[in-house]
Design a protein around this ligand. Structure first.
Ligand code: ADP
Ligand code: ADP
Length: 229
C-alpha cells in the first residue's frame, strides 16, 4: 500500500511543487497520475522512490517511511520497488539478458535462480529472441519492454512508471499498456503511472489522479482524461 499523508514539497528556490496531498493507493491498484507540465507529477514520483524528501507530511510505501530513510538506505529501498522511465535507461554495455540479470545479482540471488527468472521475465515481456542483443540493437518499444522486465524481475510490490510511453508511437504504446496490465494482473503489482497521453488514459480506463499547481484536483475511480494541456 502507498500512503501520502498531507504531503507538501517546497524546493529550495521557493517553488511549491506539491501542496497538502493526501491519498492512498491500495495493493494491486493501477493508477494514473496526470496533470499539466509543472503540476508536480515528477515530484510525486521522486518522493515515492526516495529521490526527494517531503518538506512536510509522510510518504509510506509498503510500510517504509520513505521520507525518513537514511541516505545510505535509499538504494536498498529502491531494490524493492520497480521504476521505469520514458528514456528506458538500460545499461548500454550489457545485453538484454544481462540488464535483467544485473537487477537480481545486486540482491544476491543465486546464479541458477537468476537464469531461470531472467528466462521467465523475457517470456513475459516477449523478448526471448533478444536476450543476447544490446539495447542499441532494439527498437524503442523493445527497449521499454526490456526496462519493464528489469524493473519487475525482483517481484516488486510496486512499479512506478514515469511516462513509459512518452517516446513511443500509438502501436508501441498499446503494447506497453497491455504488458503493464498483464503485470498488474498476473503479478498483482501495484502500478503508478505518470502520463501525458490522453488517448491512453481514455482507452485503458483506470483510477486517475489529476494534479494542478501541486494540488490534487481530481481523483476518479473510472478514469478518463479531464483536461488537455
Ligand atoms: P511535472 O512533473 O508535473 O512537470 P514537477 O514535479 O517536475 O512537475 O515540477 C513541479 C514544480 O516544481 C515546477 O514548478 C518545477 O519547476 C518545480 N521543480 C521541480 N523540480 C525542481 C527542483 N529540483 N528545484 C526547484 N524546482 C523544481
Ligand atoms: P517493436 O514492435 O518490437 O517495437 P519494431 O517494429 O519497431 O519493433 O522493429 C522491428 C525490428 O526492427 C525489430 O526486430 C528491431 O530489432 C528492429 N529495429 C527497430 N528499430 C530499430 C533501431 N532503432 N535500431 C535497431 N534495430 C531496430
Amino acid at each position: 500500500m502507498i500512503v501520502l499523508e498531507n504531503i507538501s514539497k517546497e524546493y529550495k528556490n521557493g517553488v511549491h511543487a506539491l501542496r497538502d496531498v493526501t491519498l492512498t493507493i491500495e495493493d494491486g491498484e493501477f493508477v494514473y497520475i496526470i496533470g499539466p507540465t509543472g503540476s508536480g507529477k515528477s515530484t510525486m514520483i521522486k518522493l515515492l522512490d526516495g529521490e526527494e524528501i517531503p518538506t512536510s507530511g509522510r510518504v509510506l510505501v509498503e510500510n517504509t517511511d520513505v521520507g525518513k530513510l537514511k541516505h545510505s538506505k535509499v538504494p536498498i529501498y529502491r531494490r524493492n520497488i520497480g521504476v521505469v522511465y520514458q528514456d528506458y535507461r538500460l545499461l548500454p554495455r550489457l545485453t538484454v539478458f544481462e540488464n535483467i540479470a544485473f537487477a537480481l545479482e545486486v540482491i544476491g540471488m543465486k546464479k541458477v535462480d537468476i537464469r531461470r527468472r531472467v528466462r521467465e521475465v523475457l517470456e513475459l515481456v516477449s523478448l526471448e529472441d533478444k536476450a543476447k542483443s544490446f539495447p542499441s540493437e532494439l527498437s524503442g518499444g523493445q527497449q521499454q519492454r526490456a526496462a519493464i522486465g528489469r524493473a519487475i524481475a525482483n517481484h516488486p510490490k510496486v512499479l512506478i512508471a514515469d511516462e513509459p510511453t512518452g517516446n513511443l508511437d500509438p502501436q508501441k504504446s498499446k503494447e506497453i499498456m497491455e504488458l503493464l496490465e498483464k503485470i498488474n494482473e498476473v503479478e498483482n503489482t501495484t502500478i503508478v503511472m505518470v502520463t501525458h497521453d490522453s488517448t491512453i488514459v481514455d482507452r485503458y480506463k483506470k483510477r486517475t489522479i489529476c494534479l494542478e499547481e501541486g494540488y490534487v484536483v481530481a481523483d476518479i475511480m473510472k478514469g478518463g482524461y479531464l483536461k488537455h494541456d
